[in-house]
Write a protein that binds this ligand. Structure first.
Ligand SMILES: [Zn+2]
Length: 320
């Protein structure tokens, strides 16, 4: 596998009341990327600044952070030209497959949102697999949950700080160097999925099994009721032996966004299900479900939570 480590800089409306925010919140003004071979050595680079077409005034924070001035960008090419060349550079001349890698979960979504806004063809069909190096860093070196900034990780690994932070090329190189330092096989199998493009039908839905949990990403539904009535969304199948499990605790929600259940497998024990209901740009909904084996104690805690959620719900209704 080869890798393309990507970093973008973007600008936004100077005034948050700007109507155009709803169309394109972040306008990309710089693309930086490096190609890595299977040994994670840098083999090629791509860098270009972009002339904005939506926000022609630099947001205060953007200017302070990335030190790019608007007049610098006026001689540059536009997004469709630069992104078109970038994608061609990604495809390259070899048929070798590559995996994108970014620091944090935003860059691939914003790249695709800008592509759609400027009328370019989609990157592909369905969710896009990639490495979120910020997450992998946390799994490899910390607790797996905390998210650090790039400079923290560079300091942590004692990498040389000879490049400017918050510029696309520098950040892409730092991200590549951090990725190269992650040897933990558990971390390296934890691939992420960018859901700017969702599965388009039942068959293309995402089912993936990691070392200690399984993940499912559904196709979109127009309403939450429809989503939560879907058999696949609410199924509780043991991801190790593939049997449909009887639910000990039926799906419940403390907040209308997250749903929990507990099932029992004779062979593998208590399995917790968690469904996160997420919204698409066009106001549809989809589910990200994770399944994980838990202890009997944890199962009991969830039951207490369910009873608490039920009572809170009742008392809310009594008072309304
Ligand atoms: Zn099982």
């Amino acid at each position: 596998m080869n890798y393309i480590v990507l970093d973008l800089e973007w600008n936004q409306a100077a005034d948050s009341a700007d109507e155009r925010c709803r169309m394109l919140t972040f306008e990309i003004i710089e693309i930086g990327a490096v190609k890595l071979n299977s040994r994670m050595e840098i083999t090629d680079r791509f860098h270009e600044l972009i002339r904005p077409q939506v926000y022609e005034e630099m947001h205060k924070i953007t200017e302070r952070l990335i030190h790019i001035h608007m007049d610098q960008l006026q001689q540059c090419r536009t997004f469709p030209e630069v992104a078109g060349d970038f994608l061609q550079w990604c495809r390259g001349t070899s048929a070798q497959p590559y995996l994108f890698a970014t620091w944090g979960p935003m860059d691939l979504t914003e790249l695709q949102r800008n592509m759609r806004f400027f009328g370019m063809d989609a990157l592909g069909k369905g969710p896009l697999r990639y490495y979120d190096v910020q997450k992998l860093f946390s799994i490899a070196f910390e607790d797996g949950r905390i998210r650090r900034n790039l400079e923290y990780a560079v300091d942590f690994l004692n990498l040389e700080k000879e490049k400017q932070f918050h510029r696309a090329m520098g950040d892409a190189i730092y991200t590549a160097q951090i990725l190269r330092n992650i040897k933990d096989p558990i971390a390296l199998q934890r691939v992420s999925y960018d859901t700017f493009q969702l599965p388009w039908d039942h068959k293309s839905e995402v089912h993936v099994v990691f070392d200690n949990y399984a993940k499912y990403i559904s196709r979109p539904f127009s309403r939450k009721e429809e989503l939560m009535a879907d058999r696949e969304v609410t199924s509780t199948r043991c991801y190790l032996c593939h049997r449909n499990l009887r639910r000990k605790i039926r799906w419940f929600t403390p907040n209308g966004k997250h749903y929990y259940s507990v099932s029992y497998c004779d062979k593998h024990g208590f399995m917790k299900g968690k469904i996160r209901v997420r919204k698409t740009d066009d106001d549809r909904v989809y589910a990200v479900k994770t399944s994980k084996f838990i202890t009997q104690q944890e199962a009991q805690e969830l039951l207490a939570r369910k009873e608490h959620a039920g009572q809170a719900h009742k008392s809310r209704r009594r008072h309304s």
